[in-house]
Design a protein around this ligand. Structure first.
Ligand code: ARG
Length: 573
């Protein structure tokens, strides 16, 4: 049975009491944790203002009504009308026992029945992945995990850049200019790409040949299509390797790249014209918006079809959104893409709405994120700009983690060390990204992300390890005796443990993984305080049992939370 969190239980009780005291108003109790009691409810203040009544008197009436609740040890009113509420020790222990008995740790299946398409990762063929793709991959994957865990149906879509005029140039170069003995792989491809581009910029004859090659590719010329396929396959192998190393959910089957939508583009343009959503302007098929204008005040259109008949990024995204709603039955489509593409998505979504391709009940959202900046706060270029940008970052994180673990515990053998270094290093890379507010830019800082203190995954992983180690030494899990009194540090730990479901739901609603990071960090801090103040293994029998149970619940909650962020939690480090 699903037991709701203590804060939502309180919110429900307060709302009942409030409607008894002031039935004319719908009311948000605003329950939050407090330093003066377990929880504080502030909602009466705003309600008093709205009703033109003295908030303190309202608060006193609500608090008096709550006084009879058997789960509450105290209810009082402070200041202008804050209600302070404290649970009995028994209520807290009963709640902890309920969480322990539940595999889902209280997390409801609140997204059941909803189909969410998440467009994330989206690297480009024949180019290395860059830090923007890293952010998209990490954030998108965490959201896919959270929404899936909340019971939603999640359809992952990797919108790779695998189509476009650059392939004409690349294939032409490959046939004519490339010497054949470089090792296959992404570094060869991206070197080829750079060489092809240089040639393209210097040699008009090559430009003309490349253009003819694009036409051949679009016309399905077998030799050209085979070359294109090989390039896509080579890049995809590299992406798959990266995904495997990162431990993300994306699979080859999740790829629906730009080429996938190519056959739909002509229909998109025709339909938009027929619907009157698009118009022809200077030979191009365009959609205009009142509020999108250039520096000169002229409207800037979304170009669906260029005057030369070619289709670009916008047409592909229009086809994609229609496909996602119509064929994938999305109730919600999320685009995890950096903030600089905000205008593009605004225009695409608005066009699709006008065309009726995204009906009212369907949400489309640009889940934007800020830049990941290099050391020193400058855009990523210098040191990581070369060949193996992505893999450099991963290698550096894993090597750093190896050092941290090795210093703490030099005894482990090489194979185990390598595995743990991977878990800690990848975790640190992901966590540093997820823990900052999504829309903000942040500076990549390998030393800080691997710090043993502060809001890092390493700190969380060590808290988890400490809890597991106590349980191992005890040899038993501990069953809860709800009749025992609690120490202050135990109360705080239980209150934090109980907040897990609310934190996960909050990420589902806001699409902001840093909220779960913040929650897990507070939990690990409370566990550390508990661990310092409340001996577990040496405590007398019934207390020891209860404390072991709290260790187990903490370990399970940390592991479940980290897993939702795509981060592993080893039992030992
Ligand atoms: N491949 C694009 C890039 O690297 C991102 C694609 C984002 N997704 C989309 N549906 N447009 O910038």
């Amino acid at each position: 049975m699903l037991v709701s969190s203590l804060s939502s239980l309180l919110a429900g009780r307060i709302a009942e009491r409030f409607s008894a005291a002031a039935p004319e108003l719908t009311f948000d109790p605003q329950v939050r944790r407090s330093a003066h009691a377990d929880f504080q409810a502030d909602g009466v203040l705003a309600a008093g203002r709205a009703l033109g009544r003295n908030p303190r008197e309202l608060a006193v009436a609500v608090a008096a009504g709550l006084a009879g609740e058997p789960v509450l040890a105290a209810s009082s009113v402070a200041g202008p009308g804050f209600i302070n509420l404290t649970f009995t020790d028994r209520a807290l222990l009963t709640q902890a026992a309920a969480r322990l008995a539940d595999d889902r740790l209280g997390v409801p299946l609140s997204d059941t029945g909803r189909v969410t398409v998440i467009d994330y990762s989206q690297p480009n063929i024949a180019k290395e992945m860059h830090v923007g793709h890293l952010r998209s991959t990490i954030i998108g994957d965490a959201l896919a995990r959270v929404l899936g865990h909340l019971g939603g149906t999640v359809v992952r879509q990797n919108h790779i850049g695998d189509w476009g005029t650059q392939f004409g140039m690349l294939i032409e170069y490959l046939f004519g200019d490339a010497v054949g003995d470089e090792p296959a792989g992404i570094s060869r491809l991206s070197a080829l790409y750079r060489a092809a581009r240089a040639r393209f910029e210097a040699d008009p004859a090559f430009v003309e040949r490349s253009r003819r090659r694009v036409v051949a590719l679009q016309a399905g010329d077998p030799e050209t299509v085979t070359a294109w396929r090989d390039i896509v396959a080579e890049s995809t192998r590299y992406f798959t390797d990266v995904y495997d190393r990162l431990g993300v959910l994306l699979e080859p089957g999740d790829v629906a790249g730009e080429s996938f939508y190519n056959p739909m583009l002509a229909g998109v343009a025709e339909d938009l014209l027929a619907l009157g959503v698009a118009t022809v302007s200077d030979g191009a098929v365009c959609v205009f918006f009142d509020d999108v204008r250039g520096p000169d005040g002229d409207p800037v259109p979304l170009i669906v079809r260029k005057s030369d008949g070619g289709y670009g990024y916008a047409a592909t995204d229009l086809a994609a959104v229609r496909y996602r709603v119509t064929d994938l039955h999305a109730d919600r489509v999320l685009y995890v893409v950096d903030a600089r593409q905000a205008l593009h998505f605004r225009m695409v979504f608005e066009t699709a709405r006008r065309a009726g391709w995204v009906p009212d009940g369907v949400a489309v959202e640009h889940v934007r994120f800020g830049l990941m900046l290099g050391p020193g706060g400058r855009p990523f270029k210098t040191r990581y700009g070369g060949n193996a940008l992505f893999t450099d970052l991963i290698d550096e994180a894993v090597a750093g983690a190896r050092k941290v673990i090795d210093t703490k515990n030099p005894e482990v053998d090489a194979g185990v060390l390598a595995e743990r270094a991977r878990q800690v290093g990848i975790g640190a890379l992901k966590y540093a990204d997820l823990a900052t507010s999504r829309t903000r830019d942040y500076v990549y800082d390998p030393a800080r992300m691997l710090s043993l203190t502060g809001n890092t995954s390493v700190y969380l992983q060590y808290a988890h390890v400490r809890a597991r180690s106590i349980l191992r030494k005890a040899g038993a899990d501990g069953a809860i005796d709800t009749g025992l009194p609690l120490e202050a540090a135990e109360r705080l730990l239980i209150l934090d443990l109980d907040g897990f479901a609310d934190a996960v739901e909050e990420v589902g609603q806001t699409l902001e993984p840093h909220r779960l990071c913040g929650y897990l960090f507070r939990l690990a801090q409370s566990f550390t305080a508990f661990f310092e103040r409340c001996p577990v293994l040496t405590a007398p029998a019934p207390v020891r049992e209860n404390r072991l149970a709290l260790c187990l619940l903490t370990a399970r909650t940390l592991r479940a939370g980290l897993e939702l962020l795509g981060i592993e939690s080893p039992d030992r480090l």
